[in-house]
Design a protein around this ligand. Structure first.
Ligand code: FO1
Length: 303
């Protein structure tokens, strides 16, 4: 089966499917990618990779467990701007990725090599090997993604988004087949605007999702009117959408068959069904590994 994912929520649900023993392709957003200290950093790819490898820092949801920061401390002493927290082991990933990209390997091949080295069985696919950069229009002007998300702690109101480069981006090898050839495709509980749309916006991907014979499910990242993690609720609000599982369902109507919503949002089911979507009401709060597997199995049973 195939999961379309962004950061933490997508990584955790993907792990649930891996724990359920399901052969898995994960198509991952690259709009958060950035270059810092001369290194190519792919946060969503790394979050998925580290989580599937069982190496992720579970509290923060990104980076590696049991990190040290000697290099970052020394970089600060050398006068570098170190607002983006990079641990010593995480830096090894970025050094290896940068070296291989510079040697001419595409991001998809580099990702496959790194994931295999970490013992990940699932196929982790960047949605494209081409550069795509999520830019956010705010009252303070246009911000690059990590500037908005980390440096400014996603405090700015998002008035618009641009996925720079996306119209010229081509799906990475295996991405379209992963969507059209799957029996089940799941849109993870990721931020619709920061994670899902930069995946679907790569030419050919949305169409693949619209036309696949797979059973298609989307998990709402909004529970009880709030996001579990990150700025999804604020962005829905400032872009004029209802901040609820129904508001998210309206974004996905026509793209999926089933909208998966949390028990607390059960009353929204009729309005979501009126959009032509089936609704699965379940406990979508994953927590640890067994919660992730439980949700994955609930989705498989309803697909
Ligand atoms: N998120 C933060 O809020 N602060 C950080 O310092 C930070 C560092 C970081 C380093 C590597 C990495 O792979 C992810 C990192 N993230 C950090 C998360 C990153 O901003 C992701 O883009 C978000 O999780 C959104 O997907």
């Amino acid at each position: 089966m195939t999961v379309l994912a962004g950061g933490v929520g997508g990584a955790r649900l993907a792990q649930g499917f891996a724990l359920a023993g399901v052969p898995l392709d994960v198509v991952v957003n690259v709009g958060d990618d950035t270059v810092l200290h001369g290194l190519n950093i792919s946060p969503d790819l790394d979050t998925v990779m580290y989580t599937l490898a069982g190496l992720a820092d579970e509290e923060r949801g990104w980076g590696l467990r049991g990190e040290s920061y000697a290099t970052l401390t020394q970089l600060t002493a050398l006068g570098e701007d170190t607002w983006f927290t990079l641990g010593d082991k995480d830096l090894a990933t970025h050094v290896a990725r940068t070296a291989r990209l510079r040697a001419g390997a595409p991001l998809s091949a580099v990702t496959a090599q790194l994931a295999a080295a970490l013992g990940v069985a699932a196929r982790i696919l960047p949605v494209t090997d081409d550069p795509v950069a999520t830019l956010l229009d705010t009252p303070s002007g246009r911000l690059a993604f990590q500037e908005y998300f980390v440096r400014r702690r996603h405090a700015d109101a998002v008035l618009g988004l641009t996925y720079d480069g996306i119209d010229d981006a081509r799906p990475a090898p295996g991405v379209l087949d992963a969507v059209t050839g799957a029996d089940v495709v799941v849109v993870a509980p990721s931020n619709p605007f920061l994670s899902v749309f930069p995946v679907l916006g790569v030419p050919g991907v949305r169409r693949a999702l619209e036309t696949t014979t797979a059973r298609r499910l989307a998990v709402s990242p909004i529970v009880g009117g709030r996001a579990i993690k990150g700025p999804a609720a604020q962005i829905l609000e400032t872009l004029g959408h209802e901040v609820s599982a129904l508001g998210v369902a309206r974004l996905y109507a026509g793209l999926v068959d089933v909208m998966v919503i949390d028990d607390v949002d059960a009353a929204l089911a009729p309005a979501i069904e009126a959009l032509g979507l089936d609704v699965l009401v379940t406990d979508t709060i994953m927590g640890g590994a067994d919660g992730r597997e439980r949700l994955a199995r609930a989705l498989l049973e309803s697909s």
